[in-house]
Design a protein around this ligand. Structure first.
Ligand code: GTP
Ligand code: MG
Ligand code: ZN
Length: 372
């Protein structure tokens, strides 16, 4: 055996173990300056209490890896990130995070209204909605606005289809969601019966998918079904659907045996929009389409003459619920954007003041300290 064959090159071993996590030529290119510095590539599979677990090229997951928490919450390391690790740091730590292709961001419920990043580098954002409870179309629209905004392709998965035994009813429910979600595939699945999983598995097979939705929607059950083993905890018995305690508490990235990567997330009671103007537009694509025929190009579709949107409501083509939901999300988004702008402006002012003070101090030091 030649010595060449017995020592696999570093890049070959890196691609083999990390390929299962979505490593490709573009990531390799983005990483190359760090490779030149001797850093190791890895993908963050979990973040918990300021530390992260990172899957690396040698096939191991490096637990409890430290990272620096930057001032900007959107730059903090998150599940799905590709990172450059110090090869032998003690404690081991993340040197840097590669630029993200996509990011799912919501606004935190805090008064400061900051963005919180839920998952990075995701190709499909799967909104899991339980059929055990009445469908809340407005909530689905809200999730979809953020999903579109993230840059990922949204997919709605209606779970627990076994609880809707009548196929006609099930078809109607799927249709209701489809008309609410233009451009979004809508699937119904039953993890219990193993139905619809092949379609879902084909969707998640290409790239990275994140499972989003309320607690109890059945996200972890789906993750286990796609994995073919019980990796994620699932509460067997629940009294009221959707109101149960949160079973999953961290965001976990899992490499699927048939290819593809899945991120399971803790249930979200609701998601606040975060600078999601174009996402809202995509959720309500048919309204924006209609609006092109309004007489006034800045028509607010309130009571303007020649409003094509109101015309569609009158003719029954557009459900009034849809228009109201559109207005509500637009208003909410404008509020968030205005608030953020105000906060940013305040921060910039503070920074100027600080710099001004520093400049003055430096000038004084120079004047006072300079020999005459
Ligand atoms: N009937 C039925 N029940 C299901 C199905 N999938 C999940 N469940 C049940 O729904 C409950 C919640 O499932 P989980 O997978 O833990 O839900 P989750 O979305 O991960 O919840 P969190 O981790 O709290 O966000 C469990 O009791 C599951 O057994 C299904 O296809 N049919
Ligand atoms: Mg869960
Ligand atoms: Zn109009």
């Amino acid at each position: 055996m030649s010595s060449h064959a017995s020592t696999p090159s570093h890049s070959t071993s890196a691609s083999s173990a990390l390929a299962a996590y979505g490593w490709d030529e573009d990531w390799a290119r983005a990483f190359s300056p760090y490779a030149a510095e001797g850093l190791l590539p890895g993908r963050v599979v979990r973040v918990d209490r300021g530390q992260c677990d990172v899957a690396t090229a040698d096939g191991t997951v490096r637990a409890d890896t430290a990272f620096v928490t930057p001032h900007d919450p959107l730059r903090v390391v998150c599940t799905g990130d590709w990172v450059a690790l110090e090869p032998d740091g003690n404690p081991r730590y993340v040197r840097t995070c590669l630029p993200r292709r996509t990011a799912f961001v919501r606004s935190t419920s805090s008064k400061r209204s900051e963005g919180q990043i839920l998952a990075a580098n995701v190709d499909h954002a799967i909104v899991a909605v339980s059929l055990a409870a009445e469908l809340d179309l407005a909530r689905i629209e809200r999730f979809l606005a953020l999903a579109w905004e993230s840059g990922a392709q949204p997919v709605v998965v209606l779970t627990k289809a076994d609880l809707v035994p009548d196929p006609v009813t099930l078809a109607y429910l799927v249709q209701d969601v489809e008309t609410t979600a233009p451009g979004v595939p809508v699937l119904s699945v039953s993890a219990e019966r193993g139905e619809g999983l092949d379609v879902l598995s084909a969707v998640v097979g290409g790239g990275t998918a994140v499972l989003l939705g309320q607690s109890g929607a059945g996200k972890s059950t789906l993750a286990n079904a796609l994995l073919g083993e019980d990796v994620m905890d699932v509460q067997r018995i629940r009294d009221v659907d959707g109101k149960g305690r949160h079973t999953t508490t961290t965001r976990n990235l899992l490499a699927l045996p048939g290819g593809g990567v899945l991120i399971d997330t803790p249930g979200l009671r609701g998601v606040g929009l975060w600078d999601a103007g174009s996402g809202v537009g995509q959720v309500f694509a048919e309204i924006e389409e209609l609006a092109r025929d309004c007489r006034f190009h800045d028509c607010a579709h309130e009571r303007e003459p020649g409003c094509a949107v109101l015309g569609a409501v009158d003719s029954g083509e557009l459900p009034v619920r849809r228009l109201e939901s559109y207005r509500k999300l637009l208003r909410e988004n404008q509020r968030i954007v205005a608030k953020t702008d105000a906060r940013l402006r305040a921060e910039i002012r503070k920074e100027w003041k600080r710099k001004g003070a520093m400049g003055r101090a430096a000038m004084e030091a120079k004047r006072g300290g300079a020999p005459r």
